[in-house]
Ligand binder design. Structure first.
Ligand SMILES: Nc1nc2c(ncn2[C@@H]2O[C@H](COP(=O)(O)OP(=O)(O)OP(=O)(O)O)[C@@H](O)[C@H]2O)c(=O)[nH]1
Length: 384
């Protein structure tokens, strides 16, 4: 079936313009540079397809190959956008493509050059697209669904252009780029309109997902210390508590700064804030990676340890207590020592939930305060 190139071009113009507009609106909300680059790519495709449509009807506005060249520029924008999205820099050598692009515009008009133009153009687009797809490989961090979709859509699109370059240059296919003649060009027009739609769809998903992830992360954190907040601890604690067994007990530590009010009263709120930050830094240094550390509010912190053997917990508590006293002694002068009181609740079953463990740790903390502060009181698990 012979497909009407004009119809396909009009379809591509409409889809690319819609994609460009859609991504611009998305950019106006998210303000991510990659969205603007991708939107520019689609705007360039819109202009290129429009110029190609005019050329096919005999209106040659800017050089015979300019419209095809624009497709290379559009894919360069896609690559730059992907690099921005992945927070990576691409080599300056990619600017050579721009140079090659300009040189290609000087190719003669003769039909034979039509094949050369299509081959070189397809090769450049394939290289740009496959590079963009390879940048989207997850490096340690997992990618969102949108980003994975984009990676595969770009991979297939790039491979298609590679096959197109080979067929244009090596096979004896009929290629009349200027008049959109030949099966290869017709297939390419169909692939083009499909690719516009799929690439744009996966691009819009990528940044939105990242933004939602960022909002989720912010909502889970205490703004001053960056530790988990109470709500996030409540959400994550059940999974950790459920792991506890006689062989692998866990522990909940409640930490409260002693005489913290004196720091605020004598040295100002900012000095108090600095001390809270210093304690959170200590927690990050001393605690194992699998621990959950949260600021519950004011000068009160909670820690859930998956390794809750008594000796291990006592060691961590003691490390924190000593290191904190050292910090306060050198940083703030107060009538009474600013130190840490720690109440611990050990657990070897999931019999108690977070609230139950908190109540026990709170009782132990109260004991520590009553016994003169600056100490750790541990409630063993068999007291549950
Ligand atoms: N700088 C600062 N202070 C805070 C913040 N949130 C609460 N506070 C203050 O923390 C202090 C908590 O004091 P308390 O725990 O009641 O008293 P304390 O002096 O620590 O006494 P003990 O706990 O009994 O040893 C109060 O002065 C609050 O105003 C905060 O985000 N920053």
């Amino acid at each position: 079936m012979a497909l009407d190139p004009s119809t396909l071009l009009i379809l591509t113009i409409a889809l690319a313009a819609a994609a460009s507009l859609y991504l611009t609106v998305e950019w106006s909300v998210v303000r991510e540079r990659s969205l603007l680059l991708w939107s520019s790519g689609f705007a360039i495709i819109t202009v290129g397809s429009f110029l190609a449509l005019l050329r096919s009807r005999g209106y040659l506005l800017v050089g015979i190959w300019f419209a095809n060249g624009l497709l290379i520029a559009a894919h360069a924008c896609f690559l730059a956008g992907v690099a921005g999205f992945m927070r990576t820099r691409i080599s300056r050598a990619w600017w050579l493509i721009a140079l090659l692009w300009l040189l290609m515009l000087l190719l003669p008009t003769h039909a034979w050059w039509s094949r050369v133009m299509l081959g070189l153009q397809s090769l450049m687009i394939a290289v740009l697209t496959l590079r963009a797809s390879s940048l989207l490989r997850p490096h340690g961090a997992s990618l969102s669904v949108g980003a994975v979709q984009l990676r595969y859509v770009l991979l297939i699109h790039g491979l298609f252009y590679l096959a197109k370059a080979v067929s244009a240059l090596a096979l004896g296919a009929v290629v009349d780029l200027a008049a959109f003649g030949g099966t290869l060009i017709q297939i390419s027009l169909v692939e083009g309109s499909m690719a516009v739609m799929l690439i744009a769809l996966s691009m819009t998903g990528t940044e939105r997902h990242r933004r939602e992830e960022r909002i989720g992360q912010l909502a889970a954190r205490d703004p001053l210390t960056g530790l988990l907040n109470r709500r996030a601890l409540q959400a994550r604690a059940p999974a950790l508590i459920a792991q506890a067994s006689q062989a692998h007990p866990g522990a909940l530590l409640l930490i409260d700064i002693d005489n913290f009010k004196q720091v605020n009263d004598l040295h100002g709120h900012a000095a108090g804030d600095k001390l809270l930050e210093a304690l959170s830094t200590l927690l990050r240094e001393v605690l194992p990676d699998d621990a959950l550390a949260a600021r519950l509010g004011g000068d009160e912190f909670a820690i859930l340890l998956p390794d809750g053997r008594q000796a291990q917990v006592a060691h961590i508590g003691e490390q924190l207590r000593q290191a904190f006293v050292h910090v306060t002694q050198t940083a703030v002068a107060t009538p009474e020592a600013v130190s840490l009181s720690v109440g611990v609740s050990l657990f070897s079953t999931a019999a108690l939930d977070l609230a139950g463990l908190m109540a026990r740790a709170d009782a132990a903390l109260y004991e520590a305060k009553r016994a003169g502060r600056n100490q750790i009181v541990i409630t063993p698990s068999n007291a549950a």
